[in-house]
Design a protein around this ligand. Structure first.
Ligand code: CTP
Length: 457
């Protein structure tokens, strides 16, 4: 145990009362793993995990007054549902062999905290918080926190062989904490990268979402491109693919990374940017002057990102937004109120605002970035005014409703069609958005239709 300076760490009431319950029943019990790491880093703690010498049955007995969920009872984990928060409590364990690189073939419960810590992935995740706030740290995790580095506990090859997801976890911690990866651990990451292919898509996706929103996501993507290419072959060819175009000063991969650098930490936005140009290599052509073009790459990028989203079982909401942003990333957006209202009508405010984020990030990564970015920012400002001033850009904003049209038109699809036509006229500034004026237009059109048999354009 490394003697460390003792600090009165603040622990939530449920955690300290669970520790007291176990300790007064004669068991050892400690907060462990991510919560200790985040406590030392002064980061917000999402989950407090406890480790104990009590067996799963003894844990259940000690907390019999609370609802208990047998989360992973065969692995020694039960979740005790305290009124303030659920707590995962796990029996000290050593893992048996991992034949499938994901699950230990058997779990051996132990009475030694040291053995439980030794089976964990990284030194910074292998610390426990002692009874008098001392840090129990057999593997110099606190030192690694100071050095800001990710290092495996013991042999990196063995740790990654046990669970291939740890390869992505190393990259996730490097991204989120802005840490480097220690040399031997890094060597093993490269060597064992194919193990990622043995991991379930859901586990990969959940790590990847956190990774991509990390502060150092771009640094990690740049440095470990070959590892990411294992799970996303869609990005493999982008690296060192020159664009031969005066608008571009980077190859496709560097352009992608620069665009990501200008994106807010929002998963759908960053995911769309990561794949927005993934279709380019497939459609690359050069004209007689040698200038490179990528006509229609948006459609190919859309196909590729859809394949990624379906392979990793993304939720539908993310899938829809990311697909939309990739498909439309090149659609013209400039400071013209009619155009912006047409875009609002087609996409709605939320999606359009996301599209602005994508296009600003994309434009910032161009050689002639000002040429695109300045009008884009002007258009965004104009959009803000349009939304603030509550201009009309959808049927529900029209001063007339379908019911108002009933005296002029038969009930049925013609009402909807008429409303759409009125909306086009209002957006284009041909009609005022006033009830009387619009009804007068409808009456006139309806009379003409009765006379000619069709509505005028
Ligand atoms: N762990 C491990 N190998 C894994 C996953 C987890 O050794 N593949 C260990 C680590 O000690 C980790 C602890 O289990 O700290 C809890 O894992 P988890 O809750 O998934 O991650 P955290 O480290 O707590 O990080 P976060 O809360 O940020 O997800």
């Amino acid at each position: 145990m490394t003697p460390m300076e003792k600090k009165p760490y603040s622990i939530p009431f449920s955690v300290s009362s669970a520790l007291n319950t176990l300790r007064s029943a004669g068991f050892q019990a400690y907060p462990v793993g991510g919560c200790v790491r985040d406590l030392l880093l002064n980061r917000e703690i999402h989950d407090w995990d406890l480790t104990t010498s009590a067996s799963p049955d003894q844990i259940k007995q000690a907390f019999s007054q609370y609802p208990v969920v047998e989360t992973g009872i065969s692995h020694g984990t039960v979740t005790v549902c305290f009124p303030e928060m659920p707590l995962e409590i796990t029996t000290y364990r050593e893992d048996g062999e991992y034949k499938d690189h994901r699950h230990p073939d058997k779990v051996i419960f132990t009475q030694e905290l040291g053995k439980d810590l030794a089976r964990r992935d990284f030194t910074i995740n292998a610390m426990a918080l002692g009874e008098s706030s001392q840090i129990i740290d057999f593997f110099q995790g606190a030192d690694d926190l100071k050095k800001r580095q990710i290092r495996c506990v013991g042999s990196p090859d063995a740790r990654f062989e046990e669970d291939g997801l740890r390869i992505l976890r190393a990259l996730r911690f490097a991204s989120v904490l802005n840490f480097s990866i220690e040399k031997e651990t890094e060597r093993s990451l490269y060597e064992k990268k194919e193990l990622l292919l043995t991991i379930s898509p859901e586990r990969i996706w959940s790590e990847f979402q956190k990774l991509l929103c990390g502060d150092a996501a771009v640094t990690v993507l740049r440095k470990y491109h070959s590892i990411f290419s294992v799970i996303f072959p869609e990005i493999k060819e982008l690296k060192d693919f020159p664009q031969h175009n005066p608008y571009h000063c980077y190859d496709i991969w560097e352009h992608t990374l620069h665009a990501l650098e200008h994106s807010p930490a929002d998963f759908p936005l960053r995911c769309a940017l990561l794949f927005h140009d993934s279709g380019k290599p497939e459609v690359f052509t050069r004209d007689s002057l040698g200038v490179g073009h990528f006509y229609g790459h948006e459609k190919v990028s859309l196909r590729k990102v859809r394949a990624v989203l379906s392979r990793f079982r993304s939720d539908k909401k993310t899938e829809n937004l990311v697909s939309f942003l990739v498909e439309k990333h090149g659609i013209p957006l400039f400071p013209d109120p009619v155009l912006l209202k047409k875009r609002l009508r087609a996409f709605g405010p939320d999606k359009l605002q996301c599209l602005f984020e994508i296009q600003k990030a994309d434009s910032s990564a161009l050689a002639l970035w000002e040429e695109k970015l300045i009008p884009l920012k002007q258009a965004e400002e104009m959009l803000r005014d349009i939304l603030q001033e509550e201009h009309c850009f959808s049927i529900k904003d029209l001063a007339v409703s379908g019911r108002d049209l009933l005296p002029f038109l038969p009930e049925g699809p013609e009402i909807g069609k008429c409303l759409q036509e009125l909306l086009s006229g209002v957006i284009e500034g041909l009609y005022p958005n006033q009830k009387e004026a619009l009804l007068a237009i409808v009456q006139e059109k309806y009379t003409q239709k009765r006379n000619t048999g069709s509505l005028p354009e």
